[in-house]
Design a protein around this ligand. Structure first.
Ligand code: IVH
Length: 685
């Protein structure tokens, strides 16, 4: 028994050593962090029971990471340590830390709560920035904690996000200390990561597993030109060596001082009292986690007062005054049970992983995207494999790779079907393209369904109530084959559907009717032209002002539009070159779908039903934002004023309208709801 355990300890040491190399040295891990942590804890437990088996080179005894060939080694003036991690529940984790701190400081129960600085644990790569006389002279990775890699060239290209900060200043503002070493995390924002991977996918290049790896790979990229193309950001959270600068008395004051020097410091931090304050912070940030623009894997608690930090000191690899408190991991291992094909709006076939359900990123996931056949092949994923699933924020869960060495024997490679699973049409891959597509077009019920769902979407025609189930029914029953047919639905046809009562049918018809008054931006987006997202639709609407001008625009004219490149221009041209697509536009217009138009760059000749009228908006309208309402009114020749007066013709009031509504009543100004406004705009014809 005990020899078995000794055996297991040796095996764990070897495994941990191997996986730490993959992670720290090659930036290419094979197992999720959560799995690494499990193995680490298993070894810790064995070593705690049998201290005599602990070896000096055990991964539990040192900070792992080594200098990559090609980078000059940098000896850290002050070692870069790591911190202890709590994985327990929010209360137990925080209370255990607070109790330890109080014990070490010999505080009795009567003593007031300890003050903590609480901040986020950014999931990136630790960096030491050395500023001499206010100028960035060197940047180094953590390495093994004693010696890191000189990555100054690459770090100089960390620009952050224009408007969102996160750039590393080459020069500090304010007092020029002889030496200030700033420590913090280089990371990649989720949107930057998604865009980078999308680019990689389009080129058929290798995608990155997660933002942390993409960031670490970029920082440790030997070619600074490549590093410069990777969008990186930075947050400061501490100090290394300091000369000639008086240290602030608390950690929170230190972060304020770093921010004042022009360094990016995350706004989500707090000074809290005692374990209760820590628990509250952990809970609040846990709720915020999905909405943050970057990955965090936990929060960090630090004793706020520096004198107390000094009294607490360090144990081997960790300070006693700080702890990381983790959240549920965003990556987990699970079994790939099968692969299904999903047909999208543009006919794209997406392989979807059917998984043994797994708790990841705070929810249970049983489906995850595999993107396309190329990526599936590159990742070498087969049914029966143990795979790594990632779910971060509101991004759809994806399979990012497989765990090597766990494959059952004799599993065939996955193949794309030659005919569409939804309609039987041929499946083709464009020359040089990556995606497989169903050639059935709107004949394919799966494409039709997705096109309808997109058309009805909140940001498109905004037809509430037209969701998955109803679209399935409408298409499967053969009631709807084309988008314009939506507007030919009547009460009788609808109530003939299963589970469709008179009331919900009427609601849907009302929604359909009010969706007819829209904007050109929404309409263009709703058409679902490939590569035309919301912002391109907006640019096109602004530029051309009228759909006919857009439909007739040449490639050259399309290329004049802000942010429209050759791929997008060609896609728009191809779309409108197809007679059936023009017919869809005509039929929708004939059904009464309308929007205000303007004359693009030339003088505006569209009808101006609101010319000379002043309107005031108040409260929240059910389907349009204030900006959209304003744009519609202005396009119709009206003016939008901020306050109600005798000169106001109409007040448009939504939910929770306040004093402006009272004022309108007092002055006897006409009051409209959204439908009323649309009717007024509709007078434009
Ligand atoms: S403080 C001596 N604060 O987590 C204390 N670390 O093991 C030094 N990290 O790789 C660390 N966010 O790069 C600290 N707000 C934060 C952090 C943070 C992320 C990383 C750090 C290191 C690991 C700590």
């Amino acid at each position: 028994m005990s020899t078995d355990t000794a055996h297991r300890a040796a095996e764990l040491r070897a495994l941990l050593h191997y996986h730490a190399q993959r992670y720290y040295v090659h930036d290419a891990p094979e197992i999720p962090d959560a799995e690494y942590d499990r193995l680490f804890q298993e070894l810790q437990a064995i070593e705690a029971a049998h201290p005599e088996w602990r070896t000096p080179d055990s991964p539990t005894q040192r900070v792992i990471g080594q200098v990559l060939e090609g980078f000059a080694p940098v000896r850290h003036a002050v070692p870069m340590l790591s911190i202890r991690t709590e994985t327990d529940t929010e209360a137990t984790g925080a209370e255990a830390f607070d109790a330890r701190v109080r014990r070490e400081l010999e505080l009795d129960e009567q003593a007031p709560p300890v003050e903590y600085a609480a901040e986020l644990k950014f999931d990136g790569l630790a960096i030491n920035l050395r500023y001499e006389q206010g100028v960035l002279v060197q940047a180094a990775t953590r390495g093994d904690g004693e010696t890191g890699e000189d990555v100054t060239q690459n770090i100089r290209t960390v620009r952050g996000r224009p408007g969102a900060g996160g750039g590393i200043p080459l020069r500090l503002q304010g007092p020029e200390a002889a030496v200030i070493e700033v420590r913090g995390e280089v990371y990649m924002r989720r949107d930057d990561f998604e865009a980078l991977n999308e680019r990689q996918r389009e080129r058929g290049d290798k995608t990155f597993v997660n933002p942390r790896n993409a960031a670490a790979g970029a920082v440790r990229q030997l070619d600074p030109a490549i590093a410069a193309q990777r969008p990186l950001s930075f947050f400061a959270y501490g100090l290394g060596e300091v000369q000639g600068w008086p240290l602030p008395a608390t950690h929170s004051a230190l972060l304020d001082a770093l921010a004042a020097m022009g360094l990016p410091v995350c706004e989500h931090r707090a000074v809290v009292q005692g374990a209760a304050g820590l628990v509250q912070f952990h809970r609040a940030m846990g709720a915020l986690r999905d909405a943050l623009p970057f990955d965090i894997d936990g929060v960090v608690y630090k004793v706020n007062r520096r004198d107390l930090q000094q009294r607490l000191g360090f144990v081997t690899r960790e300070p006693r005054w700080a702890v990381a408190h983790k959240y549920p991991a965003q990556e987990q291992m699970t079994l790939l049970r099968g692969i299904e094909i999903q047909v999208g709006r543009t006919g794209k076939l997406t392989p979807v992983a059917k998984l043994e359900p797994v708790f990841v990123g705070g929810t249970t996931v049983s489906n995850a995207t595999l993107h396309n056949l190329f990526e599936l092949r590159r990742k070498g994923v087969r049914i029966g494999d143990t795979v790594i699933v990632r779910r971060a924020g509101d991004v759809i869960p994806e399979v990012v790779g497989r765990v090597p060495g766990l494959r059952p024997q004799y599993v065939p490679n996955f193949r794309m079907p030659r005919s569409c699973p939804a309609c039987g049409s041929a499946v083709l891959r464009e020359k040089g393209g990556i995606d497989h597509r169903c050639t059935g077009g709107l004949f394919c019920p799966a494409q039709r369904k997705q096109a309808l769902l997109h058309f009805a979407g909140r940001r498109a025609m905004d037809i509430e109530g037209l969701g998955d189930k109803l679209v399935d029914q409408l298409v499967d029953s053969g009631l709807i084959r084309t988008l314009p047919e939506l507007y030919t639905l009547g009460l009788a046809k609808l109530t003939a559907l299963e589970r469709m009562g008179g009331k919900s049918a009427q609601n849907l018809l009302d929604r359909l009717a009010s969706s007819k008054h829209t904007t050109l931006t929404r309409f263009l987006y709703a058409l679902g032209i490939r590569h035309v997202g919301e912002s391109t639709a907006r640019d096109l609407a602004r530029h051309f002002g009228a759909i006919d001008r857009l439909m007739d625009a040449s490639l050259e004219q399309l290329l004049e539009v802000n942010d429209v490149g050759p791929v997008v221009a060609r896609s728009i041209r191809t779309f409108f070159d197809q007679a059936h697509n023009r017919e869809v536009v005509e039929q929708l217009r004939a059904a009464g779908v309308q929007w205000p138009e303007h004359d693009g760059t030339v003088a505006d000749t569209s009808p101006k039903p609101l010319a000379g009228q002043t309107l005031v908006l108040t409260g929240t309208l059910p389907s349009m934002s204030r900006d959209e309402a304003k744009a519609l009114i202005e396009a119709a020749g009206g003016k939008v004023a901020g306050s109600v007066s005798k000169k106001t013709q109409f007040v448009v009031a939504g939910a929770e309208a306040g004093s402006k509504l009272d004022k309108a009543r007092e002055l006897g100004v006409a009051i409209l709801d959204e439908a009323g406004l649309k009717a007024l705009l509709g007078a434009a014809g």
